[in-house]
Unconditional design. Sequence first.
Length: 86
Amino acid sequence: MKIRVVCYEGYRAEETPRSFTLGDRCLEVSSVLDRWRGQDHEYVKLTASDANLYILRYDRNADEWEIILMETPGRLPDPGGVHGRS
């Protein structure tokens, strides 16, 4: 899902997300937990003001951000998959 991200550019010229728009909601970045670089992408793992965990990916060539993971705290994965197993 492509998103709009507002960043702060620090003294090392690294862009750090400060907020992002998810649908019609603007979410503030509560904390940046990790960041790493891929061949063509930058990744940022963060928590947002809705208490969810996100991994955002920045495509340097296309100059676009997208959400590649959203995780709600306290929610356990379904061991039977989406539809469950009997």
